[in-house]
Ligand binder design. Structure first.
Ligand code: LLP
Length: 435
């Protein structure tokens, strides 16, 4: 298992993160447990900002909190000078509860409800990323009613779909997000927005995908968008100040993943965007990005306790742990791969190939297929690395399992980000029938 951030192997062969031995964390907080490395989270946030600072370029890096949204993480993002990208009433509520500066919050979403838009307007968030024609009308009427205005970007579907090293340039854009470029929807949207002085149109937004390893998809998107900035400036006399290229930078889950490091990719992204705007004879707008996964994925490690074991001769050995698809649905959903280790015996030689199963009543409830480990015994602690993004945020109570605690570690001390759920929490919203 590759060690990220402050993860280290102690002299006694045990795993420690943030100078906290995992054995002690498991004893104090129970298992399963998400452990978050604060130093690494902050480092990732800074890695996004440094290339812009070096180039003397204004920028906005918004943490896409869909990856992991808790009050504590929002506080960290705020203290690092980040913006925050929210996509729902719940995420916005969490951010506000964290005391996040609302003028540094932007909101995405392809079907924001009137209630969500109203909440965002009342909270005075800094930027609305408008996705569709209905939203233009809804937002304008809320702003008229409240006699206020807001900065907006229009989200476009740029006809670029990126994943790892591949990107597809799709002429015919098939996506539920944003205004279609090819069919001229963006021009119609700009016309519609211009009817409402409450909507201050400051630029365009595009998000081309997730788990992207290199700059090529961004290069194409930047060129398509720069071209649009030129067209819109000519046809509508609007000079945009901001360009949002979304999120999507990939991370290493296993050795199969080879993403460009954040700082390098950002430097390349700045260069390709400068080139795109220069080619179109336009000034470079303020660049905005919305990374989620690359901020928190590697900072998160999940610790489980090993329970039962099933050996099927000549077929497979299943090692079951006390969590599963409820705390990490990514294998079940996407076939995601992870690296794993026995957290108390990090230096023992691997002796067997096993598959890590969860405890849910479902065969698809697997965490890792075919991994090499020292012999895993009941009571061992099993670590799965790189589980900080889209794990807790997609966790469920299937089988009425309790969602684990999440703890933030740094320099030998640990602070709770999220408490472990209790059985009482599970029934909190249930209504008993009266008769
Ligand atoms: N901006 C927008 C508009 C997005 O839709 C997303 C992610 C992001 C930013 C952040 O992208 P990131 O930097 O995290 O790649 N549940 C999936 C990932 C879904 C991503 C959805 N949108 C997973 O577990 O892999």
């Amino acid at each position: 298992m590759q060690l990220y951030g402050t993860s280290e192997i102690l002299d006694n062969g045990e795993l420690a993160i943030g100078e906290c031995p995992v054995r002690e964390l498991a004893q104090t907080y129970g298992t399963p447990l998400y452990i978050y490395d604060e130093v690494l989270i902050r480092e990732q946030m800074r890695s996004y900002q440094r290339p812009f600072q070096r180039a003397g370029l204004p920028h906005r890096i918004a943490y896409a909190c869909k990856a992991f949204c808790t009050i504590g993480i929002c506080q960290i993002a705020d203290s690092e000078g980040m913006w925050l990208d929210v996509v729902s009433e719940g995420e916005l509520y969490t951010a506000l509860r964290a005391g996040f500066n609302p003028t540094h919050i932007c909101m995405n979403g392809n079907n924001k409800s009137e209630r969500e838009l109203r909440y965002a307007v009342e909270a005075k968030i800094g930027l609305m990323i408008v996705d569709n024609f209905l939203e233009i009308e809804l937002l304008a009427s809320i702003l008229q009613e409240r006699k206020t205005s807001i900065d907006i970007l229009l989200r476009v579907a740029p006809g670029v779909e990126a994943h790892t090293h591949e990107f597809i340039s799709t002429g015919q854009q098939d996506s539920k997000f944003g205004f279609d470029l090819k069919s001229g929807q963006i021009d119609m949207a700009v016309r519609q927005v211009k009817e409402y002085p409450q909507l201050r149109l400051v630029g365009l937004h595009s998000h081309i995908g997730s788990q992207i390893f290199d700059v090529e998809g961004f290069r194409l998107a930047a060129h398509r968008l720069a071209e649009q900035y030129g067209i819109i400036s000519k046809n509508h006399q609007i000079n945009f100040q901001i360009l949002n290229l979304g999120g999507g930078l990939g991370v290493r889950y296993t050795e199969e993943d080879t993403p460009t490091p954040i700082e390098k990719l950002m430097a390349e992204l700045i260069a390709v965007t400068q080139d795109a705007f220069f080619t179109n004879g336009l000034p470079l707008p303020l660049l905005m990005l919305e990374p989620g996964r690359s901020i928190v994925a590697q900072a998160g490690t999940t610790i489980y306790e090993v329970g039962s074991r099933k050996e099927i001769p000549q077929v497979r050995t299943y090692v079951a742990v006390d969590g599963g698809m409820t705390d990490n649905p990514r294998l079940a959903l996407y076939g995601a791969k992870y690296e794993t280790a026995l957290a108390l015996r990090m230096q023992d030689e691997p002796t067997e190939k096993v598959s890590i199963a969860g405890k849910c009543c479902e065969s698809g409830d697997m965490l890792v297929w075919d991994t090499l480990l020292p012999e895993a015994r009941t009571g061992d602690l099993l670590a799965i690395a790189c589980t900080g993004a889209y794990n807790y945020s997609m966790a469920s109570n299937y089988n009425r399992l309790l969602r684990p605690a999440a703890v933030l570690v740094k320099e030998g001390s640990a602070r709770l980000l999220i408490k472990r759920e209790t059985t009482e929490d599970l029934c909190r919203l249930d209504c008993a029938l009266e008769d």
